[in-house]
Write a protein that binds this ligand. Structure first.
Ligand code: FES
Length: 202
């Protein structure tokens, strides 16, 4: 109990709080509806600086990409359309040779001597809707698995919906004696089958 004349001891001074660190200009708190919220917007100067850096980096990146592109060769992974398939002697007489069907979609046909002994190349695409026919050795014909078109070993259509023969590819004898085939140059009509570039005399 305090008596008159007692002196109330002074309360200890509150420890001084360290001053809060100043926030960066672009990150500061604002009072919204009585609550403090963080404002993360950039200042105008920071925005312009960032935009300048972005433009600079995009320009440098574009220039580097152009330089790199210059050193990367243009390579096409499509199969070539003109290619060699060996010498005529590599193909047996009277046989429809299927060794290039998978890679180049062609058959190489070498006639028997009784038929002239010539060699021609048939493109393996059905003239109905474009399926790849099969060679049926036992039936001596090409047969399309899609709608049943049939073609003789010459490529002539004779059954099913195909409206015309299988096409023949341009062929030539290269300087090294190999057969050169151009699958982009094809002949649709039997009238063309005696042309020297569709039929090799071997
Ligand atoms: Fe060959 Fe129809 S695509 S018969």
């Amino acid at each position: 109990m305090t008596q008159p004349g007692d002196v109330t001891p002074a309360a200890p001074a509150a420890a001084a709080k360290p001053a809060p660190k100043p926030l960066p200009k672009s990150v500061h708190q604002e009072e919204v509806d009585g609550s403090k919220v963080w404002n993360l917007w950039f200042t105008r100067r920071e925005f312009l600086t960032l935009a300048a850096w972005g433009t600079f980096l995009a320009t440098v990146g574009g220039a580097l990409a152009s330089i790199l592109r210059y050193f990367i060769p243009n390579v096409s992974y499509d199969p070539p359309t003109v290619f060699k398939i060996g010498k005529p002697i590599d193909y047996a007489s009277g046989v429809v040779d299927e060794r290039w069907k998978k890679k180049h979609r062609i058959w190489v046909v070498r006639d028997a001597p009784a038929l002239g002994g010539g060699l021609y190349v048939i493109f393996g695409r059905c003239t109905h809707l474009g399926c790849t026919p099969n060679w049926l050795e036992g039936q001596n014909k090409f047969k399309c698995p899609c709608h049943g078109s049939g073609f003789r070993r010459t490529g002539m259509n004779f059954e099913g919906p195909a409206p015309r023969p299988l096409e023949r590819c341009k062929v030539a004898l290269a300087d090294d004696g190999q057969i050169q085939v151009d699958v982009n140059s094809r002949f649709r009509s039997p009238k063309d089958w005696k042309r020297p570039d569709t039929y090799l005399k071997v």
